[in-house]
Design a protein around this ligand. Structure first.
Ligand code: DAT
Ligand code: MG
Length: 138
């Protein structure tokens, strides 16, 4: 087995739409372990570090504005191959084409905005997970 930890965020749209319980239920049903969990109002400094890889892209400014628009739930999640596994639970970035059965596919809406408000974030590699967990939890 390959036990990993990943950073999951329930984004402001997920919290505002009262989907926190629904999203946590899917994570728990899959068998992943909640190691730590908190409600946070992220500031610009944290968000610019979290999304540094997207600086300069057309959706960068709206992305930070959206992520700053309300509280998010930050989760330290553990499990066997949880990095890939949570991204599979989440579905692809665009909610319109994310597969049914996934969080984004079942619950996400394409609001026609400059940024996809796609309910959740999950780290995309071991290195990214370590970097993001240190930002949000350490
Ligand atoms: P993911 O969240 O699936 O890992 P990402 O890291 O490429 O996707 O992008 C981070 C966030 O930025 C994503 O959740 C929503 C937004 N985003 C990405 N690409 C976008 C695009 N082409 N148009 C609008 N928003 C986008
Ligand atoms: Mg990403």
């Amino acid at each position: 087995t390959t036990v990993e930890e990943t950073l999951v965020l329930i984004k402001p749209d997920g919290v505002a739409r009262n989907l926190t319980g629904e999203i946590l239920a899917r994570i728990e049903a899959k068998g992943y372990q909640l190691v730590d969990l908190k409600l946070v109002q992220p500031d610009r400094e944290l968000l610019s570090q979290h999304y540094a890889e997207h600086e300069g892209k057309p959706f960068y400014a709206p992305l930070l504005e959206f992520m700053e628009s309300g509280p998010v739930v930050a989760i330290r999640l553990a499990g066997n191959r949880v990095i890939e596994g949570f991204r599979s639970l989440a579905g692809t970035t665009d909610p319109t084409t994310a597969a049914p059965g996934t969080i984004r596919g079942d619950l996400g809406r394409d609001w026609g905005l400059a940024v996809q408000q796609n309910l959740v974030h999950g780290s995309d590699s071991v290195e990214t997970a370590q970097r993001e967990l240190a930002l949000w939890f350490d």
